[in-house]
Design a protein around this ligand. Structure first.
Ligand code: GRF
Length: 192
């Protein structure tokens, strides 16, 4: 059984999809640790409810990104994960960290490759649709080989349609549902 560590910063609905897939044996994997850089992240409660160990690691004010990542690396290494899943993790990981886990760090992003990297990707796609710049958006799961933002070899991608009468809430809901399915499909490719 493969060992997963999931990094979150917030709600953790993708984490929940992973928890459920593991529990239902849809994924031959075990989540051995959930890491959050935010103590208030709701995903931490989801982990606790499922008896998954958690690590809250807040960056100290005077701490450099490198120093934070070195400490995080030491903690994470102890668990010997097969894969680290960035599921709404809102910090850029440095090469120091990433090079310790080649082909093992994966990210889910609510946009297609080379479109809307960075934050608020769903909102930006919704606006671009209204301005007739795009006809659809999508979701991707990709490896994180380096410090490039939402960029790296794609494991799975899925188009998500945008409709004329969509509200941002409707599109966001459709995007998140697609994410939950695609994340599990991508991980199945890697672990099963
Ligand atoms: C998702 O849209 C994910 O693609 C992005 O951040 C969001 C996290 O949502 N990177 P959740 O915390 O999994 O609910």
């Amino acid at each position: 059984m493969k060992k997963l560590i999931v990094f979150i910063s917030g709600n953790g609905s993708n984490l929940q999809a992973l928890i459920d897939a593991c529990a239902q044996n849809a994924l031959n994997a075990e989540i051995v640790l959930v890491v959050s850089n935010k103590p208030e992240a709701y995903g931490l409660q989801r982990a606790a409810q499922n008896n998954i160990p958690t690590l809250v690691k807040v960056k100290a004010k005077d701490q450099t990104r490198e120093a934070y990542d070195r400490e995080l690396l030491e903690e994470v290494k102890k668990y010997q994960p097969n894969f680290i899943v960035l599921a709404g993790w809102m910090r850029l990981l440095s090469n120091t960290f990433l090079q310790a886990f080649p082909h093992q760090v994966i990210n889910i992003h609510p946009a297609l490759p080379h479109a809307f990297a960075g934050i608020n990707a769903i909102e930006r796609a919704f606006l671009a649709f209204q301005q007739k710049q795009i006809s659809h958006t999508g979701v991707m799961v990709h490896f994180v080989p380096d410090e490039g933002v939402d960029d790296g070899p794609v494991i799975a991608e899925q188009i998500v349609e945008i409709f004329e009468d969509d509200t941002l809430e409707m599109l966001s809901e459709r995007m998140h549902q697609t994410e939950h399915r695609l994340l599990i499909a991508a991980l199945k490719k890697l672990v099963n």
